[in-house]
Design a protein around this ligand. Structure first.
Ligand code: FES
Ligand SMILES: [Fe+2]
Length: 400
């Protein structure tokens, strides 16, 4: 059997990956070790855990994690594994408790992770150094990232860039109006590949195509900048709203504000704002949509009235969890300031359409008859950029 590194070397430039990289257990283990267990991964929002003792959990590759707000409002992440015999401590997706109590034998940890109570242990048992193992945490505005590596990559350039672009959106004044969780029967790379192009939008996303504009310059193709987008950037940045295309040297994240279709203000069926309150403070009538992705697991849309965030987590070689959250101003009232059905309709439909596309692709690439296919230089520039990033990252790390 060929190694992941050999398979990556075999990939013809500008082509999809060899079959095994989408389905073998060995490639999946390499993806976890070289990417998921090393990179900063988007976890959730500070506004989801507003009070001391609020927490949420998730599974990052091999690691169960809990993110919790402490007594003074500080946010920490811990490995969600008891220091006694290893049970997960928090087994629900979210909750709130004054302490973290292991359900197995009631060892009790403070919100700072310290072990404070261990019933029936011998008198000479020392509770110090028995606290929950911390996980590195990075917060940008209200977005929580974690990294399970011993030495995480530098988070500050991304933190600085994203904070600047997010500032007008007042995310600290938001709440999650709706959350969806979908398990897609596809490899995580197929899920991100699908996200990095809109070549498929016209044929598959009738609802989204009403408002989302497939603009190749959004992918950053040199010379593809169009005058309408440049004029839009000039007007936004003239009003102090960062908008221009920004990508880091490795291409692992990208930010830009772009236009929606003519007359569209939001991702709704009538193209009008879904929420009768503003999320932003720009005073501009049209701020389009701020898009950002951060490899390996998130892409996001921030508009004038609401925002939608996406978190992807791998579950197996051929299963990926996609969590979508709709954020609205926290004082917006459902039924008065927004209609939930109207708010979520476009992306609930789009997510389901994307799920089907990913699952059909997984079925096809699993065939022994599959051979890597050629990307379009125009419409799949972004996909090729993602797969190049993946191959470069894996090649570098697997060679060391
Ligand atoms: S495993 Fe947690 S208290 Fe025993
Ligand atoms: Fe799509």
């Amino acid at each position: 059997m060929k190694s992941t590194l050999e398979l990556i070397h075999e990939r013809p430039p500008k082509h999809t990956l060899p079959r095994e990289l989408y389905l073998s257990e060995a490639a999946y283990r390499d993806d976890l070790a070289m990417i998921w267990h090393r990179e900063w991964v988007f976890a959730g929002h500070t506004v989801e855990i507003p009070k001391p003792g609020s927490w949420f959990t998730f599974q990052l590759g091999d690691y169960p994690i809990v993110v919790v707000r402490g007594d003074k409002g500080e946010i920490r992440a811990f490995h969600n594994a008891c220091r006694h015999r290893g049970s997960r401590i928090c087994s629900e997706a979210k909750g709130r408790s004054p302490k973290l109590v292991c359900p197995y034998h009631k060892w009790t940890f403070g919100l700072d992770g310290d072990l404070i109570y261990a019933p029936s242990m011998q008198a000479d048992f020392d509770k110090t150094d028995q606290g929950l193992h911390p996980v590195h945490i990075g917060i940008v505005d209200t977005l929580i990232y974690v990294c399970v590596a011993d030495n995480p990559p530098d988070f500050t350039p991304f933190q600085r860039d994203l904070a600047e672009y997010l500032a007008p959106h007042q995310l600290e004044n938001t709440k999650v109006a709706y959350e969806s969780n979908i398990v897609e029967q596809g490899n995580w790379k197929l899920v991100f590949e699908n996200n990095r192009e809109c070549y498929h939008c016209e044929a598959n996303h009738p609802e989204l195509s009403l408002s989302f504009l497939d603009n190749p310059s959004v992918s950053g193709i040199a010379g593809a900048e169009d005058p309408a987008l440049t004029a839009f950037w000039n007007s936004c940045e003239g009003a102090g709203v960062p908008s221009r295309f920004k990508v880091n040297a490795t291409g692992s994240y990208r930010l830009l504000r772009t236009l929606l279709t003519d007359g569209a203000k939001s991702y709704t069926m009538d193209k009008q704002p879904a929420v009768g309150r503003r999320l932003d403070t720009t005073g501009l009538d049209d701020i389009g949509v701020l898009l950002y992705y951060h490899y390996p697991n998130t892409w996001n849309h921030f508009m004038g009235d609401h925002a939608i965030t996406f978190r992807m987590l791998p579950m197996s070689p051929t299963e990926t969890l996609v969590t979508t959250k709709w954020l609205v101003p926290k004082d917006a009232v459902e039924g008065k300031d927004y209609d939930l059905e109207n708010l979520i309709k476009v992306w609930v439909a789009t997510n389901d359409q994307d799920r089907r596309l990913v699952e059909e692709t997984q079925r096809g690439v699993s065939s022994p008859a599959y051979v890597p296919g050629r990307y379009s230089d125009i419409s799949e520039y972004g996909v090729n950029q993602f797969i190049d990033w993946y191959c470069d990252t894996m090649r570098q790390r697997l060679s060391n």
